[in-house]
Each structure stands twice: as C-alpha cells, then as structure tokens.
Ligand binder design. Structure first.
Ligand SMILES: [Ca+2]
Ligand SMILES: [Ca+2]
Ligand SMILES: [Ca+2]
Length: 218
C-alpha cells in the first residue's frame, strides 16, 4: 500500500495533475473505487446558522454506516452578530474540529485549516452525508445525502490541480436574532453552509507488484 504524506494539499493536487489520469470527478451519485483509494478532505470555514456534521456514508443502500469527518461543536463562532448575512464558523474560532477514527486520520491541523484522510475500500459504494442540528436547542433535524442535488454541489476535478469543492446547503436555517429569538429561513441553496476541498487521491497497491494501477474512476 502506498500513501501520500501531505504537507500541502496544493502540492498533492499539483502532483496529481501530472498523472495522465482518466477524468476523475465527484458528483451527486454513489461513488465506488476499483482499488483501495486514499482521499484527503480539507475544511477551512462554514457559513450556516445550524450546527452540522459532515462525513462519509458507506453502503448507503444496503447497510448505511456513518463515518464522520468534521463536526461543528457549536453552530458558528459567535452568536447573534448584528448585521451579518451569514454565520461564520472557523477552525481558529473554535467551531470546527475533526472526528478521528472509523478509518479517518488527521493529516494536518492548522489555525485556519484541518485536513483529514480516509481510505475508501475497493468495490464498496459510498456517498457523503451531513447531519443538521438546530442552533439553539442542539436538536437533530435531518440527514442530507450527497446524491440529493438540492443538498450538495460539486465543482472542479481531482486532476486539474485544483481539487473538487464539495459544498452543502443545510435546507433552511434557524438564525438567532438580536433579541435571542429564532428566525427560521427556508433553504437558500447557497451551498456554503459547509464547504470541503477534496483532493489527494492515491490508489493503494502493492509496491512489489511492479505495476501501477490505473487511477480510480468515480
Ligand atoms: Ca448559509
Ligand atoms: Ca454552522
Ligand atoms: Ca444555506
């Protein structure tokens, strides 16, 4: 098995751009790799009033298993900013933390960014998911799945040097007004409530097999 040690996701993405790969993409469908494949996920900020958890879901149709990667430990950095059009959660502000375990490893933690990696097993179906909680009661509302086009938007490619931006809309937000009242808004489809940069794909293979397999195709 071979893995990439990441000092910079941009470096990895640049290296990937040198691989004469088939088109590698992510989208609103179930994904499945033909080889064990390590993928990296970087989060920098969130922009939603709800509290969210984002992760990978294995076997979504037969035996759904949640593998959380990132959690907002609070809905955003501060409550009730006056005049804000959206609510910001950051790593440095104490909102976002990684959830290690179940195959998720932390690659890097900086004051403005967290990178984790996950090894996708060959021939296993996966989707991504977001659990949504209210900001005030911390009550579970809903689970959204990346096959829902209203929930998740994917932009970019894994082999153009820039990675894929996976953006989530949390389907409506309970904002806390200045007086402490909750102002519920419907879904705005901003796809920025949680955004994660996806990159660093590296199929796992035997170093002694003498050949490198084709890059995985989503
Ligand atoms: Ca938002
Ligand atoms: Ca939030
Ligand atoms: Ca939204």
């Amino acid at each position: 098995m071979r893995t990439l040690f990441t000092t910079s996701l941009a470096t990895i993405l640049w290296a990937l751009s040198l691989i004469p790969a088939q088109a590698v993409g992510l989208g609103n469908q179930v994904i499945q790799f033909s080889e064990d494949t390590i993928v990296e996920f970087e989060i920098r900020r969130t922009q939603g009033a709800n509290r969210s958890i984002v992760g990978i879901m294995a076997n979504p149709n037969s035996n759904p298993t949640k593998i959380p990667m990132f959690e907002e430990v609070k809905p955003f950095d501060d409550f009730g900013f006056a005049g804000r059009s959206d609510y910001l959660g950051t790593v440095g502000g104490g909102t976002i933390r990684p959830l290690e375990g179940n195959g998720v490893n932390i690659v890097a933690t900086r004051n403005d960014s967290i990178i984790v990696e996950y090894r996708f097993r060959a021939n296993t179906p996966y989707v991504f998911y977001m659990d949504v909680y209210t900001p005030t009661e911390n009550r579970y509302i809903n689970t959204l799945i990346s096959t829902q086009v209203d929930a998740t938007q994917f932009q970019g490619s894994l082999n153009d040097g820039n990675g894929i931006l996976m953006g989530w809309d949390d389907d409506g937000e309970g904002r806390v007004g200045r007086t402490g009242t909750v102002e519920v808004e419907g879904p705005d489809r901003d796809f920025t409530d949680v955004t994660i940069l996806v990159g660093g794909t590296e199929p796992c293979f035997s170093e002694t097999s003498g050949r490198r397999p084709s890059p995985a195709v989503f």
